[in-house]
Design a protein around this ligand. Structure first.
Ligand code: ATP
Length: 630
């Protein structure tokens, strides 16, 4: 098979899916200029790469051209000296072309790596500045894909697409010029046979591509079955419903279809190769035939060497022609990739530091909501005209049915979201005028869904205060009522918490996150009590941890249990995003309204049933609240 034959025909590289075709991006001058702006800092290296490509492509064709002289002058002319000279020259040129190739790949990789380095860093910075809304609205997988494979794709474009276009174009042009210089009739014949070898290659590629995509679809399905059935909860379901045979059959059938497809896929390539090789040998034969007729009958100046050169050059055209035919595909893919990446860059930063952000000297942690409205989607108002004041050192408890907007309310204070109406004040100042970092530094939130990084307890604690001493850590853990647990671990503070802290129980995680917030030492402490069940011992441990804390500072509790509520100075009752009742426990119970109903169904029961088991269904119903999604 000629060199370069079959490139671009496999792996589907050369074909666009219907989806890709339908979503092909609009290539505008602005888009190109933007792409170019990433290349600009490296223009000197790029020029060097360009020179390398041109020189090495030209050099790599020279041996084919020299073959003619080796035959005519060396072999037929019986000149040993000339023969040796030409052979050495040919070898030297090949070596030179390859050495330049090495330099070119190095430069190319260097540029690509630096461009993706720049892109990754700026994308990471940009994403970190994106609002909470962005992260809740977008699939985590999508975000990671942009950061990883999309930007990796850019690297491939620079190292492959760019180089391929250039080197193929140069090779093709040099080969064509050399062929026409040797003999225009034969060059013309050579050109005519080009479609003979490119068409079957493309057809083979297309068939394989279709099969590969079919196989991929089955593969996804198989992975789905494996994921579903071999996961912890999936296996439990299978076992409890006695579905082992059913799942086995489902898997076996998919597996069987997959084998058939795989065999067909590899054979499709094999049969076509027979066709391709046959077709591709027609070209050289035709050149020998026409060349022979010309040489013997009509053109005395045409030599054996010339014909050999023409055949060799024709062989060198297969690869470039095939590759250049695929360039449109590469081009569309590249543009789509850049468009996807730029789409992320162009997303507005919803919550930004104000231009002349205030950084007050003192902080007390007071909060005031003044007729605050909020919605995630314009079609659904979540908070309606919420007003309340939290004075320094006081503690407010927010209670209300699940979905009434409690977590939403507290998210407005550190500006995870901005109110859509009214004003939120922190320390007497509109939060939108305060320095974001300062604001967030002074607010500590213990969420329901505690997030711990995969690492040790110590690392998780130090996240809040990198310069904390051992004593600081121990004190925080003691205050959070988690120190006893830590002491009992063989590795103490260096115990690994597992992925997302999964090696710890819900209660332990929450107490650890209380310790973490304590190290941060914020002026305002917000505690979003877990709705999920904790046994009474864990609950008491948490209660004992937070009681002294809320006495010591300004705080807000989202409460689900009577014991927590009773610790507060004032209770806000939220229903459908409105504060419907306000006051102290006894006053509210006497009112006989929403609070009374909550008290009767939820809080009092919770207080009466001390020994509750973790995560029983009954518990979930009792607490009336659903698991909060952070
Ligand atoms: P729970 O006690 O169950 O945690 P909650 O009172 O804290 O409930 P919120 O989490 O504030 O309730 O949610 C209030 C409403 O806003 C819910 O109906 C919820 O579906 C909706 N909501 C919450 N987060 C979003 C979001 N990111 N996008 C759209 N709607 C949301």
């Amino acid at each position: 098979m000629p060199p370069g034959m079959g490139q671009g025909g496999h792996g589907g590289r050369g074909y666009l899916t219907e989806e890709e075709l339908a979503n092909r991006p609009k290539v505008t001058g602005a888009l190109l200029a933007r792409i170019f702006s990433y290349l600009k800092p490296y223009w000197k290296q790029l020029v060097l790469v360009l020179v390398c490509i041109v020189v090495s492509s030209y050099f790599s064709l020279l041996p084919s051209i020299l073959t003619g002289r080796i035959i005519d002058e060396g072999l037929i002319g019986r000149d040993l000296g000339q023969l040796i000279k030409l052979i050495i020259l040919s070898l030297a040129v090949t070596l030179g072309a390859n050495l330049i190739g090495v330099a070119e790949s190095y430069l190319n990789t260097w540029i690509a790596q630096h461009i993706t380095f720049d892109m990754r860093n700026s994308m990471f910075r940009h994403l970190q500045a994106m609002s909470q809304r962005f992260f809740t609205a977008n699939n985590q997988g999508d975000i990671i894909t942009r950061m990883t494979s999309d930007i990796d794709g850019v690297k491939t474009i620079i190292t492959n697409t760019f180089t391929n276009i250039l080197s193929n174009a140069v090779t093709l042009i040099v080969a064509l010029v050399a062929m026409f210089q040797k003999n225009s009739i034969l060059a013309f014949v050579g050109l005519l046979v080009v479609p003979l070898f490119t068409l079957p290659t493309r057809k083979a590629g297309k068939t394989r591509w279709t099969l590969t995509r079919e196989a991929q679809a089955y593969n996804d399905e198989i992975n789905g079955v494996l994921n579903e059935t071999l996961s912890v909860s999936g296996q439990m379901l299978v076992k409890l419903f006695g579905k082992e045979d059913y799942e086995y059959k489902r898997y076996e059938e998919l597996n069987r279809k997959m084998i058939g497809l795989n065999i067909r896929e590899s054979m499709a390539g094999r049969w076509f190769r027979v066709v391709i090789v046959t077709f591709s040998s027609i070209g050289p034969m035709l050149l020998y035939l026409v060349g022979g007729i010309l040489m013997i009958r009509y053109d005395q100046s045409l030599t054996v060497g010339d014909i050999t050169v023409l055949v060799a050059l024709l062989g060198r055209m297969y690869g470039p022609v095939n590759n250049l035919l695929n360039i449109q595909v590469d081009w569309i893919r590249s543009m789509a990739l850049f468009t996807r990446i730029f789409e992320y860059y162009d997303m507005p930063l919803e919550i930004e530091n104000p231009p002349d952000a205030k950084i007050p000297d003192e902080v007390t942690g007071t909060v005031r909501f003044d007729h605050v409205d909020f919605h995630y989607e314009p079609s659904r108002q979540i908070l309606k005209d919420v007003s309340f004041t939290l004075n320094a050192g006081d503690c407010i408890a927010i209670v209300g049915p699940s979905g009434s907007g409690k977590s939403t309310m507290i998210n407005l204070i550190p500006r995870l979201y901005d109110s859509t109406g009214g004003t939120v004040f922190f320390d007497g100042m509109d939060v939108k005028t305060l320095d974001l970092r300062w604001l967030r530094k002074n607010i500590g939130i213990v969420t329901q869904d505690t997030y711990l990084f995969n690492g040790t307890i110590r690392e998780n604690l130090l996240y809040a205060k990198p310069d904390a001493t051992e004593e600081d850590l121990v004190e925080a853990c003691r205050k959070a009522n988690i120190y006893e647990f830590i002491e009992n671990q063989p590795d103490g503070l260096d115990t690994m918490v597992g992925n997302r802290g999964l090696k710890l129980s819900g209660g332990e995680k929450q107490r650890l996150s209380i310790a973490r917030v304590l190290l941060k030492d914020p002026a305002l402490l917000i505690f979003d009590e877990a709705t999920s069940a904790l046994d009474s011992i864990s609950e008491k441990a948490i209660q004992d941890a937070i009681d002294p804390l809320i006495k010591a500072r300004t705080s807000i509790l989202i409460a689900h249990r009577l014991s927590t509520i009773l610790a507060a100075d004032e209770i806000l009752v939220l229903q459908d995003g409105k504060i419907v009742e306000k006051g102290q426990h006894n006053e509210l119970v006497a009112l006989g309204g929403v609070y009374t109903r909550l008290y009767e169904t939820q809080f009092s029961k919770a207080a009466q049933v001390p020994a509750r088991t973790q995560s029983s269904d009954e518990e979930a119903v009792e607490t009336m609240t659903s698991e909060h999604e952070a």
